[in-house]
Design a protein around this ligand. Structure first.
Ligand code: GH3
Ligand code: MG
Ligand code: MG
Length: 448
């Protein structure tokens, strides 16, 4: 009897040589392999050194239960994309590190990441989850050891009253900072090994990231203090963690609703809103503005020949080319399937045509590999046709500009594709711009 798809998938995972881990560059492979091994070794060692007490186990069970509820009760959308929302797992691991022998904090991330994996609509590669769990395990194992270095008069195994409550909390905060930094550094190591060009400052020093860091830091300390007073109080922290997670997700969802997921450009409704505002600004300030509609030529043939996945890859390549050619204040959106709209503020027709031509020639020069792993395999070549419209001091609506750009695009298609055409509108007499074919047509393509 043939094996079911589930059995086949399990067998494929069990086949060691099939692991995605093998496909990593060797240094990164060693790194993401070594961290979990070190974690396993240290857990085994500290387990052998631990006196297992019933009330510790009960406290651990309670903290783990609360952490699991906060992970499981978060909307599944949060797990669609890694990094979509903070999991706040360390907010539950810190109390374990402070109030229990170190082995508990080291064990805790493992079941939590297994749960995260099972909740994700599209399971993440297992070595990544294992690495994330191991990083937290090592970082908070170190935080647990650090806490024990403080004298009992300053910190100690239980929280006192008055001044001691304050110094105890300061010691917890120091351990959270140290644990958080080690966690961060270990992750940065993996990111840098996988892509040395990545700029971490832009990932870390933005409002969302800092807000998330602070919320996690704050919750971890509050939960530790509350659990130190009475472990059962941990239950009251669950709704607070859920609220914080929801709050963090809101900003991300808002951003996501503006963006076209396939290309990362603005989606058409957001583009239209922002373009309308930009046109109103240009009308008010009497500054020039142009609009370009870019349509990939014969894109259906790419899909028909190589399939939709390669088609999507080509769409992303065109998007990257668009981004690389535009200025920071230009507004690019995905307007339809293989059609893009670009608003060019402070741009007269002559400059708009130069920008559009630069874009067209750049895309025509690209070669997109059908199969990344087959260097001698087929390449996809694309061209685009571009229609440009312009608002020279005369106040016009977005619909007028789009209609003109669409007419110009139609002419570019009609005249052999891989061309830039423009339509100017000075009053009711719109006319096709006289564009020198030598400048604005593809080499070798028929002249208009
Ligand atoms: P033309 O030069 O006249 O523009 O020809 P075309 O084939 O590009 O235009 P047509 O409108 O006939 O086909 C557009 C194609 O774009 C059809 C559709 O399958 C493809 N397409 C639209 N959106 C996507 C997408 O998100 N991914 C992929 N792979 N293809 C898409
Ligand atoms: Mg097309
Ligand atoms: Mg089209």
């Amino acid at each position: 009897m043939p094996a079911s798809p589930v059995i086949r998938s399990l067998l494929a995972r069990a086949a060691v040589r099939e692991w995605a881990w093998w496909r990593l560059p060797w240094l990164l492979r060693c790194y993401v392999g070594a961290v979990p091994l070190v974690m396993a070794g240290l857990i085994a060692y500290s387990a052998s050194q631990t006196t297992w007490r019933q009330d510790d186990l009960a406290k651990f069970g309670l903290l783990l239960g609360c952490a699991m509820i906060s992970v499981a009760a978060t909307h599944r959308n949060a797990y669609v994309k890694p990094g979509m929302v903070r999991d706040f797992i360390t907010a539950w691991v810190l109390p374990a590190a402070i109030l229990l022998p170190p082995v508990y904090a080291m064990m805790m991330p493992i079941p939590l990441y297994l749960l995260t994996q099972s909740l994700a609509p599209r399971p993440r590669v297992i070595y990544k989850r294992l690495f994330s769990a191991a990083v937290i395990s090592l970082a908070y194992g170190a935080a647990a050891l650090l806490f024990r270095v403080f004298p009992a008069s300053f910190a100690g195994s239980s929280i006192g009253a008055g001044r001691h409550a304050l110094t105890w909390t300061v010691a917890v905060a120091v351990c959270e900072i140290v644990g958080g930094r080690i966690n961060h550094l270990l992750i940065v190591g993996a990111i840098k090994l996988s892509d040395p060009s990545v700029r971490l400052a832009s990932l870390e020093l933005n409002r969302e990231a800092l807000q998330g860091d602070f919320a996690e830091f704050d919750l971890a300390i509050l939960i530790t203090v509350v659990v130190a007073v009475n472990p059962v109080l941990a239950i009251f922290a669950v709704p607070t963690v859920l609220l914080a997670r929801r709050f963090m997700m809101h900003a991300q969802l808002l951003e996501k609703s503006r963006i076209d997921t396939k290309t990362g450009l603005l989606n058409s409704s957001t583009w239209e809103n922002e373009a309308t505002a930009e046109i109103a600004r240009a009308t008010r300030t009497r500054s020039p503005l142009s609009l370009a509609l870019v349509d990939i030529d014969h894109f259906k043939a790419v899909n028909d020949t190589y399939g939709h996945l390669v088609g999507d890859k080509a769409l992303r390549a065109v998007t990257d080319a668009l981004r690389s050619q535009l200025r920071a204040y230009d507004l690019a959106g995905r307007f339809g399937g293989e059609e893009f709209a670009i608003l060019l503020p402070h741009t007269h027709q002559a400059n708009a045509l130069i920008i559009a031509e630069r874009l067209r020639t750049r895309i025509a020069a690209m070669s997109i590999r059908v199969d990344d792993e087959d260097e001698s395999g087929p390449l996809v070549k694309l061209t685009v046709s571009i229609g440009v419209s312009v608002m020279d001091n005369a106040g016009r609506e977005l619909t007028d500009l789009l209609a003109d750009a669409d007419t110009a695009l139609y002419h570019a298609k009609e005249n052999g594709r891989n061309k830039t055409h423009a339509l100017t509108s000075s009053g009711p007499r719109a006319h096709l711009a006289q564009i020198a074919p030598a400048v604005f047509s593809a080499p070798g393509s028929p002249n208009r």
